[in-house]
Design a protein around this ligand. Sequence first.
Ligand code: ZN
Length: 204
Amino acid sequence: MNIVLLGIQGSGKGTVVNNLKKHMDFALVSVGSLLREEVASGSPLGRQIKEKMENGELVELPYVMSAVKNKLKTCASDIVIFDGFPRSDEQADALDEICKVDKVIYLNLKKEIAIDRILNRLNCTKCGHISDRKTSPDMICPKCGAKLVVRSDDTVETVNKRFEQYYSETYPLIERYKSRGVLYEIDASKTPDEVLADVMKVIK
Ligand SMILES: [Zn+2]
């Protein structure tokens, strides 16, 4: 089963993925880490991607799709979750060509709440746990005790830019998948546990 996780930045996609890992086995396709894996593998495709990254060039869609295809071929799990991909109609078309999207989970969250969450968000440098300033005012990870940091790209300016891009490119995907009858909307303003329970209901 192929599942796309869709939602504005701050809607809790990362938290959902981290919490799901404790309950079920799945393969995660996140384009950023996928490209890094391909580069690390030293494959011919990885070498081409590496060159583009080192030159500061955009890694074009055909390269991304080849990496996605490789991942789908080699992953052992029956459930594949696409995190933050596709982000545009063009990417969604390309994904349709290589696999069937069975379900799309849309974490719906108001922009104002999302911005507030992003600007208060803290990431663990060691275990990847996501916390916030209210829960961890001491900047120490409650899971492993390592230092928590603010993501360097989480500023008001960059957040606004990413939101503009989201509304112009990604938001139309909601209609696309809704009309296909595969969209499951979840209220992402609920607690992480409640959101997780709703997500698991959709996957089961
Ligand atoms: Zn930690």
